[in-house]
Design a protein around this ligand. Structure first.
Ligand code: C2O
Length: 621
């Protein structure tokens, strides 16, 4: 069998990294219209006659208003986007450095994945109680060739599907669960794909700085989007195959629109949502390991605050916070590929930074999973959705990731440019296809989802109108603040609110300068404890220390981290990362482009007692 598997590191040409700067600076007139924004009216109710290709008429005055606003956004809102979006896709050649692509793993080396791993011995090591390794291939692992798409699979918004769709979807997932467990297409095997790739089950054969072998990880870097796209691609094709429907498309959890901000109904009933009183019809989309307090009508809380007194309780407030955070994550902090999609991750290198869209997505994981209780009997770790090792066991995971994948598309529609770095394009993953053939895939083949045979139902994007509200009167916080400087405050532990004045290297930049380079706030050397859910928010020129309102211009971004079993290489007790915030538009909206300093406040929201930050600074990218 070994001959079928890579025994050595594939060699790649070393001259691939281009030093040429892409000149993809977008100007107002070039800004692409977002097609997704125009078609469907907002509807909060399920409609059995709903056809996803059907443009229904608005049903209420609210909808009419939203539609109008949406058109206004297309016509006028672009001007509002211009300051920030002009920099989406600016040059990143300097930021990503060079390195080799990551080859698909050597399956013969697959080992135990850990829920909790602490080489310092301070905490007990907890293994995943079953193997996450895939079945050993019995045929050669071949490069995967995208089939010519004969039909387009249209992924629908989960809150808008009809009963026929739900029936079909339940049938497909049930069939997947009914496959023999040894079949790589079986539901548990599909869940294991996530576990092994996400909880460090694959050693890379490269020794890290700490003397331990570096293990593969597909979160916290530029592999996050491509990996999950391929993962869903095969999951969807397997489901379609099992019900003999080549048009079958996964639903997406449309949590970026108010009507989609609860867990989609079809996942939340124990019995079939089409026949809830009939106990003989269990719902294969249901999962017990969830936070039941978060079932509908509970609204997803992307702005979640677990730090005690500051809890946001009203639904409308949550909706507003959610929309503002989506706006910040996509438009401002997704100002370039590193910002949106994550930092570079080369063969044998360490992880560097999570993209803003990955940080955002973590929140739905935490919302769905049962809160961890590590001292309970038995101890729990946020299963299923709230911990990466178990997240794939949650049927809703794939629906959530449909939306995450859709966000990648929307970011591109708004002008975001993917990496053109060869190491990214040539990185590989291993999967079984819908016929259970072992294949390896490359990142470059997944950049256009239409070529992969699927697309998303177009729905409105209300968050494009939810830009945190610009100031009309300039606050004097930046000029009169008596907060200490960065050098006095950092390194700092986030066990409390941390505030510092940060010097800006340049003030009052011209439009031309702003288009060329994004002014960024770098939060570097963020040291995270293992196995904890961590969240802190960043505000600029704001004296409020609660940070409950994300809809105001002072709100700059959110950093989050999901519990994971081990770290970047196998040996640390914590992991270090960084976060970059796109400041161009935020400083304009705060009317403080002429100030020499900004006051930055880091507000801990969850799990921050052990989190430290080395320094923060203003820079350009
Ligand atoms: Cu692999 Cu949402 O995580």
């Amino acid at each position: 069998m070994a001959s079928l598997l890579p025994t050595t590191t594939p060699t790649f040409p070393s001259h691939f990294t281009s030093s040429k700067k892409p000149s993809q600076i977008l100007i107002h007139g070039n800004f692409k219209k977002n097609n997704n924004a125009r078609h469907l009216p907002i509807r909060c109710t399920n409609n059995n006659n709903n056809n996803i290709n059907n443009n229904n008429n608005p049903q209420s005055s609210v909808e009419t208003l939203l539609r109008k606003l949406d058109r206004r956004d297309i016509l006028l809102g672009l001007g509002g986007f211009y300051g920030a979006a002009a920099n989406i896709g600016s040059s990143i050649a300097d930021t990503v450095g060079t390195g080799e692509p990551i080859p698909y793993p050597d399956l013969t080396k697959c080992t135990t994945a850990y829920i909790q791993y602490d080489p310092t011995g301070q905490k007990e090591n907890v293994e995943v109680p079953y193997t996450c390794c895939p079945p050993t291939p019995t045929t050669e692992i071949k490069p995967y060739k995208l089939p010519e798409p004969s039909v387009m699979r249209v992924r629908p918004a989960a809150h808008l599907v009809d009963d026929r769709y739900i029936e079909k979807y339940m049938k497909a997932v049930q069939a997947m669960k009914d496959l023999p467990e040894s079949d790589p297409r079986n539901f548990k095997q599909q869940a294991n794909i996530h576990c092994v790739y996400c909880n460090f089950g694959y050693p890379t054969g490269v020794t890290g700085d700490d003397g331990n072998e570096i293990r593969l990880q597909v979160h916290h870097s530029w592999l996050f989007y491509p990996f999950h796209r391929w993962y869903l691609y095969f999951y969807e094709r397997i489901l379609g195959k099992l019900i003999d429907d080549p048009t079958f498309a996964l639903p997406f959890w449309n949590w970026d629109t108010p009507c989609g901000m609860t867990m989609p109904h079809m996942f939340t009933t124990k019995n079939s949502p089409l026949d809830p009183d009939n106990a003989s019809k269990p719902n294969p989309l249901y999962n017990e390991k969830r936070n039941e307090a978060h079932y509908p009508p509970a609204i997803l809380d992307l702005g979640l605050d677990l730090s005690g007194s500051k809890v946001v309780t009203s639904d409308i407030h949550k909706v507003c916070n959610n929309l503002a955070l989506v706006y910040r994550s996509v438009v401002n902090n997704g100002f370039d590929a590193v910002g949106a999609l994550g930092g570079p991750y080369y063969y044998g290198s360490d992880l560097k930074s999570d993209g803003s869209l990955e940080l955002l997505h973590n929140m739905a994981h935490i919302f769905v999973g049962k809160p961890a209780n590590k001292t309970g009997n038995p101890p729990t770790y946020g299963e299923d959705m709230g911990n990466l090792y178990s997240a794939g066991k949650e049927p809703l995971f794939y629906c959530h990731h449909g939306n995450v994948d859709r966000m990648w598309r929307i970011w591109q529609d708004l002008g975001g440019k993917n990496f053109n770095n060869k190491a990214w394009l040539d990185s590989q993953f291993f999967f079984y296809d819908e016929d259970a053939n072992p294949v390896y895939v490359t990142v470059k083949d997944c950049l256009d989802e239409k070529k992969m045979g699927y697309t998303y139902q177009p729905v409105t994007l209300p968050w494009r109108l939810a830009k945190p509200v610009p100031k009309t009167i300039k606050s004097d916080v930046g000029t009169t603040s008596t907060s200490p400087s960065v050098a006095t405050v950092f390194p700092a532990t986030l066990d409390k609110v941390v505030k510092a004045l940060v010097q800006r290297p340049q003030i009052s930049r011209t439009e031309g300068q702003k288009k060329k380079k994004q002014e960024i706030l770098v939060i570097d050397g963020i040291q995270l404890p293992l196995g904890e859910f961590v969240k802190f928010d960043i505000f600029i020129n704001d004296d409020d220390e609660k940070g409950a309102n994300l809809s105001k211009a002072e709100f700059a971004g959110t950093f989050t981290s999901l519990p994971h079993g081990a770290t970047t290489s196998s040996g640390h007790a914590s992991s270090t990362t960084s976060f970059r915030i796109g400041l161009n538009e935020i400083l304009e909206d705060l009317l403080c482009e002429g100030d020499e300093k900004i006051q930055v406040t880091l507000i801990p929201k969850a799990g921050c007692e052990m989190v430290t930050v080395d320094y923060i600074k203003v820079d350009f990218a």
